[in-house]
Design a protein around this ligand. Structure first.
Ligand code: SF4
Ligand code: FES
Length: 363
């Protein structure tokens, strides 16, 4: 029985997986073309998932033994596969419709902060709205608002943007082994908070910034310093006594603007990094640079993102019809940003101006 595998078909693609695998993970094993979006599930965190409902799918056949469909859409991150199960994700009109509603609900209290938000360009909610949302909101009421709050020396909380996915809570608890912060109140009043404004200072607390799918938790050493699509990500390592020392540097010229953990194709951290690597090591001499990072999803710096994924199309351009000729493009982010190409010499790519150009670095 132990080596028995379950056959599951998702969007007409079949795979065999071990019993106990969730539909979401089975879909990820097939590939991004069938994998549902996930705003709260995080494979590296125990007990995550079940909060946001973005991963809803239709089970059109329960199993080989009991082929009845499941009566309602189910959260794929919390539902395990059965042998012979058939699942519809992008091929289900019900799922596509329901996901529009979920996006609308997640955006009910979320401000339109993208123009000033540090997460813009790598925000999972931005991607989700672009790929699955509608163009308008039916919500007329005022959004709930909170003051910005410092959660210690490194992290600032913008509660207005939080979608209450609980990832930061699980990350802090599971990396430090004790309760660091949590969600206070319930329903519309729910908010992330530390106990009586306690500072979050554990050596690994910076990782809560990386797991946040939106811009609710910001890096105080990077806030407002740059836009992510102007920086060049490179993988680098250092000999760190606290963590693996494997990180990603976000650079402009020789300047390290930000240090983050490396993320996999699902946008999840591969190796947790410590605060020293993340917040204190902002010089190139601190690091051994390995080469350009491969960004496979969830960022405008990944080429062709808007044209490449399931359910998305590159937006149509009409300007040539209006002006009667092809426009001269000043910047086409899809073709200009070639930082992800293997073998590219980063120092040879022209970048936008950075503080060196203005002589501000040493002021
Ligand atoms: S702050 Fe970010 S990670 Fe934490 S619950 Fe809110 S959205 Fe999720
Ligand atoms: S990812 Fe499944 S409910 Fe959030």
């Amino acid at each position: 029985m132990s080596d028995q595998m379950f056959k599951v078909t998702i969007d007409n693609k079949t795979i065999e997986v071990p019993p106990g695998t969730t539909i979401l993970n089975a879909a990820r094993m097939i590939g991004p073309e069938v994998a549902p979006p996930a705003m709260c599930y995080y494979s590296k965190l125990k007990e995550s998932g079940g909060k946001c409902r973005t991963c809803l799918v239709e089970v059109s056949k329960g199993s080989e033994k009991d082929p009845r469909p499941m009566p309602k859409l189910v959260a794929s991150c919390r539902t395990t596969v059965m042998d012979g199960m058939e699942v519809k994700n992008f091929t289900s009109p019900k799922v596509v419709e329901a996901r529009k509603g979920i996006v609308e609900m997640l955006l009910i209290n979320h401000p339109l902060d993208c123009p000033v938000c540090d997460q813009a360009g790598e925000c999972h909610l931005q991607d989700l709205s672009y790929e699955h949302g509608t163009e308008e909101t039916r919500y007329d009421f005022n959004r709930r608002t909170f003051e910005k709050e410092d959660l210690g020396p490194y992290v600032q909380l913008h509660m207005n943007r939080c979608i209450l996915c609980y990832r930061c809570v699980f990350t802090a608890n599971q990396l430090t082994g004790k309760r660091e912060h949590g969600v206070l109140e319930r329903g519309d009043h729910a908010e992330i908070s530390t106990l009586l404004g306690k500072s979050l200072e554990s050596e690994f607390i910076g990782n809560i910034i990386d797991v946040c799918p939106v811009g609710a938790l910001t890096d105080k050493t990077f806030r407002f310093k740059n836009r992510v699509w102007f920086t060049k990500p490179v993988d680098a390592h250092r000999d760190c006594p606290t963590c693996s020392g494997k990180a990603r540097l976000w650079m402009r010229g020789e300047e390290v603007f930000r240090v983050t953990a490396r993320k996999d194709q699902w946008g999840e951290v591969e190796d947790w990094i410590c605060n020293t690597c993340r917040f204190e090591k902002k010089e190139t001499k601190d690091w051994v640079v390995e080469g350009p990072s491969e960004i496979s999803r969830a960022s405008v710096i990944s080429q062709g993102h808007y044209a490449g994924n399931v359910g998305t199309e590159k937006p149509q351009v009409f300007i040539d019809k209006i002006i009667g000729k092809q426009p001269k493009l000043l910047l086409d982010i899809h073709s200009i940003s070639d930082v992800n190409k293997k073998g590219v010499t980063l120092s040879k790519i022209d970048g936008p101006a950075h503080s060196d150009d203005f002589g501000l670095k040493n002021k």
